[in-house]
Write a protein that binds this ligand. Sequence first.
Ligand code: SF4
Ligand code: SF4
Ligand code: FES
Length: 362
Amino acid sequence: MRVALKIWRYDPQAGGRALREYEVDAPEWATLLDVLDLVKDRHDGTLAYRKSCRMMICGSCGMRMDGAAVLACKTRMYEIAESGHVPTISAMGNLPVVKDLVVDMEPFWSKLKAMKPWLRPGFAEPPDGKEFRVSQQEMNVIHKESLCINCGCCVSECNAMDSDPEFLGPQALAKGMRFVGDARDADAVERLEDYSGQHGIWECTRCYFCNQRCPKGVDPRDAIAKLGAEAVRLGIDRDMGAKHAKWFVTSAKTTGWLRETELVPKTQGIVRSIKDTKFAMQLARHGKVPFPFPPHVADKVDESRALYDVVKLQGREGAAGIVQGEKALAALDHGVHGSERDPYGPGSFPRPYLPGEEEAAS
Ligand code: SF4
Ligand code: SF4
Ligand code: FES
């Protein structure tokens, strides 16, 4: 098949960017990575990109196709080429570009290291003196977080990192949950204290792009929600984000509404509320927030209260109360599934949406 690509090239010496188009003959089974190999071998040996395993394991080949992160070795080209679409390939976002499609992963690794990504079992000794045995049920809690291959696709698309490059980010926080939730680790409280700081758990904007783009079904946003829930369960709730979350629970339970007008006094205290009164009045005058008094109570508030009671009755506190998007590896959200060409069964090789398909699918 003939495959055409546009690639954003970046030359660190000259400092310039240029969009170049290439066209190659490729076998029908070719992935984006295969096509890049062909471009490099036959057309332009100066093209720079990373690869290693070619089988979605090493996490080296993260890049963007049409502005969204993909693993090049997981992205099939057949249907894209057949449609006549010419995708634009560029380096991942939120990381400095070194050359062409290669980014500097140093900020990524330093955040990962900041999570102290190793087991800290404390002074506990394995019962038989040899090893800690963990049940399947205990491992299920961190199953998805353990699937991470450190590719950076989630980081590339993270909104919060875009505005605060120091935000720990989805990959590092998912790794944090992998240890907080590990039955053998004895340092959950210390870890959660660390992760709840200024650039931590509560800085996530909940845009869910990391869940959408992760090629391994880790669902980092869900991991961050679990960290937040565990922090609140263990009383680590000094951060404004934790206070917001707690107030929303109280508010939904008592009135069936999210009473945002009362957020400031409930989470930031009276002094700050007085300072913000003028601003709040302006918002109210323009119909941006409802007047807080009398508090609005939903018609069917009983349903909201019953829901709260059910969750309490089930004892689903902390991470156990986070309802996971259980799609994971079975049905990753960012592409078309079920093609007869999927080599390992439907959904094993989702391809990115072609222009217009994503809107039609949503
Ligand atoms: S949900 Fe949070 S961590 Fe994930 S991409 Fe959005 S801001 Fe980043
Ligand atoms: S969480 Fe997913 S997208 Fe992020 S680094 Fe791990 S495997 Fe890649
Ligand atoms: S080359 Fe290893 S994940 Fe793509």
